[in-house]
Design a protein around this ligand. Structure first.
Ligand SMILES: C[S@@+](CC[C@H](N)C(=O)[O-])C[C@H]1O[C@@H](n2cnc3c(N)ncnc32)[C@H](O)[C@@H]1O
Length: 223
């Protein structure tokens, strides 16, 4: 288990506290369409932190060639129909380069600055010249507790939000699907535009735009 993170509820959990059975039950909420609309048909995609393949599957169905990476054996065992690699993102160094590197699910908001740099260096290493890196980030100031987010088949309750030194925030997320509940204690750090740009630059990347007006989806390319 990573520092400051943990998960409870039925079934196995990953080192970052994500529940494998929860992600198996969770559907895409438009992330697949957003990415598909932003990239060329038949793109090669390296997806970092793919989980059970919630977004991998629709991207493959759109006709893209996805290599799906996750450090959790239980998660990656559920990804079918495409190449998978079990690896820790920061250590991944393939010989291949990709049209698109995708790192979603707020992995960039890891509280540890050195770990964030490792993640971004892996993105930079694997994107081809002129290709695109897409990163999904938290929007600063948007997580308040108590709050409930209702979706068609699930509910997420945010509780125990704690502001810690150095811009780090802890929170508990409790997801309920079909009467089964999973809680995850997360530790995140939101990045100002200036901080994000500096971290991207340190990794050899530069921001080229956002996919959404709320700036949750960042597009970058190698410098
Ligand atoms: C919250 S889940 C989301 C999965 C998927 N992206 C989705 O949206 O359905 C995060 C996933 O990232 C993986 N992960 C987190 N940090 C990782 C790291 N440093 N290296 C490899 N996998 C990581 C976890 O094992 C987990 O499967």
């Amino acid at each position: 288990m990573r520092v400051g993170q943990g998960g409870t509820g039925p079934g196995p959990h990953t080192p970052d506290g994500s529940a494998v059975e929860l992600y198996e039950l969770t559907h895409a909420h438009g992330e697949d369409e957003l990415i598909n609309a932003a990239i060329d048909p038949g793109s090669s995609i390296l997806e970092l932190g793919c989980g059970t393949g919630r977004i991998t599957r629709p991207l493959v169905a759109f006709g893209h060639h996805v290599v799906a990476v996750d450090e959790s054996a239980e998660m990656i065992a559920r990804v079918t129909g495409t190449e998978t690699i079990r690896a820790t993102i920061g250590d991944l160094r393939l010989e291949r380069r990709f049209d698109v590197v995708l790192m979603m699910s707020f992995l960039i908001n890891v509280a540890d600055d050195a770990e964030r740099l490792r993640l971004l260096r892996t993105c930079a290493h694997h994107v081809r010249p002129g290709g695109a890196v897409f990163v999904q980030q938290e929007i600063p100031g948007t997580r308040h507790a108590p709050a409930t987010v209702e979706r068609e088949h699930s509910t997420m309750v945010i509780s125990e939000v704690e502001d810690l030194p150095d811009g780090v925030q802890a929170a508990t997320l409790t997801h309920t699907v079909d009467g089964r509940s999973w809680s995850q204690r997360i530790l995140t750090k939101n990045l100002s535009e200036v901080a994000l740009e500096a971290q991207l630059a340190e990794a050899g990347l530069r921001r080229t735009g956002y996919l959404t007006p709320d700036k949750m989806w960042v597009r970058a390319q190698s410098v």
